[in-house]
Design a protein around this ligand. Sequence first.
Ligand code: ZN
Length: 227
Amino acid sequence: MADCDSTEGTADALAAQRKARAAYMREYRKRNAEKYKVIDKEKAARQRAKDPEKFLAAVNDRTKRYRERKLAAETPEERERRLEGNRRRNAKYAAKPEVKAMKEAKRLARVAADPEKYKAKSRESAAKWRERHPDKALNIIHRRRCIVESGDVPAAEWAATLALYGHRCAYCRKGEVKLTIDHVLPLSKGGTHTPDNVVPACGSCNSAKGDRLWPRPEPYVADAATT
Ligand SMILES: [Zn+2]
């Protein structure tokens, strides 16, 4: 037992000695800060040249420990401020057009890699949307089916129809408004999405008409409209 005690005593003494030496070195380095700036820089350069990977790992390790110490010491306010800064920077970064384009490209790549998975996902979210908006959903499904089944209005034909109505709403004859396609005989009543069943209508006439059947408007004649 005496042996044990003496070993412990020696170990304690050694530890104390080491501690004192370290404290002295810290003090000494502080007093010779300028000199050590150069010495440390050269030492780092030597280490980096000798084993770049190890050097980098040590730097990363030191940075990590420094960060952990800092995070552990931060107050709730400091933490909130830091997180807020992160959020702001992230939002700013995400808003950049090139970042948006990159994200979209990545998304498309993910979809291309597993189309079935994303088809299932989009079916699921579409079903949820239909649950929330049953009326809208019915209308959209109906319209889409009618359009698919009942044909097409080629761009040239639509342009001709617009000209026929003087680029005005066929019902109220208002010009310089955004014109929409109105089906004279509504799709829901068996109308077709074909050139002979479409006229231009302003948004308010189109929504006022809705699914009703209004008389087919006459083509626009400038003189008739002004008198
Ligand atoms: Zn109108």
